[in-house]
Ligand binder design. Structure first.
Ligand code: MLT
Length: 267
């Protein structure tokens, strides 16, 4: 059982998390356009060993979007604010999936002294090219004009593997429910922020905290072969491929994901 916690952020915005367990703190940052339900197998299954905090990024779940547009650097500052209030000001393990991984890299850039280590799942360190940026701006516009599902439906087919679709029909329902309940303004703000994200490729060699890179075996958005290459640029890194999964490895094969994570953090 996790507790839902709402905290008044430094700018008067509400930041919400689901938290459970005791011990060293692990923050979980969801991907786009999802929420804490992405971590439905991590919260209950890791909380016996760790204090697990699943964060809602601004605009998602019950975290508010009061100020409208933000940058990924500001989302990392939200994480730091939450660390100070929920982790007793101690260093944290930080795990981010896809967009959450982009935020985790931003956190490392600004606050590496507060990290025990990073888990970067189904993500990439690169920035967008001009075409990808234009697609994001088009998606932002479509969400505001036609609603969330119209904008994000084309993405759905890339999230789950054939194997997950065949063996776990309840995942289709869950993932679509998350995508449909994401607010149009949250979709637009996230796409705009991701379009402007920094390229971390040239900084990977400077990451000095233990880092686990997790890739989905058949992830079309953050391909495993790319993950293996960029993991090799981080000095103290491990790389693992979660079998049978596409872009949502922690949800599609929770047993393998959790095993790798627990072994990595030594909990
Ligand atoms: C995500 O899962 O967060 C998205 O695929 C990230 C992206 O659009 O680059």
């Amino acid at each position: 059982m996790s507790n839902s916690i709402q905290i008044l952020g430094p700018r008067g915005n509400t930041l919400s998390v689901h938290a459970a367990g005791e011990g060293a703190t692990l923050f979980l940052l969801h991907g786009f356009p999802l929420d804490h339900r992405l971590w439905q197998h991590q919260l209950p299954e890791l909380c016996g060993r760790l204090h697990v905090v699943a964060v809602h990024l601004r605009g998602f779940g019950s975290s508010t979007l009061d100020e409208g547009q933000y940058t990924l650097a500001e989302l990392a500052q939200d994480v730091e604010f939450l660390r100070q209030h929920l982790a007793g000001n101690e260093p944290i393990w930080l795990c981010g999936l896809s967009m959450g991984g982009y935020v985790a890299l931003e956190y490392w850039r600004q606050f590496s002294r507060n990290l025990r280590g990073l888990i970067l799942s189904n993500t990439k360190p690169t920035a967008d090219n001009a075409e990808a940026k234009a697609n994001r701006i088009a998606m932002a516009k479509q969400a505001l004009e036609q609603g969330s599902w119209a904008a994000v439906e084309p993405m759905f087919a890339k999230l789950l593997s054939e194997q997950s679709l065949a063996a776990q029909p309840e995942l289709v329902e869950l993932v679509q429910a998350m995508m449909k309940t994401a607010a149009p303004a949250a979709i637009a703000a996230a796409q705009t922020a991701m379009a402007e994200r920094r390229d971390f490729t040239d900084q990977l060699h400077a990451i000095r905290v233990p880092t686990l890179i997790v890739a989905g075996e058949v992830d079309p958005i953050a391909p495993a072969e790319e993950g293996r290459k960029w993991a090799s640029l981080i000095p103290d890194s491990r790389f693992t491929v979660v079998s049978g999964t596409a872009h949502l490895s922690p949800l599609e094969n929770a047993a393998a994901f959790n095993r790798s994570l627990l072994e990595f953090v030594g909990a």
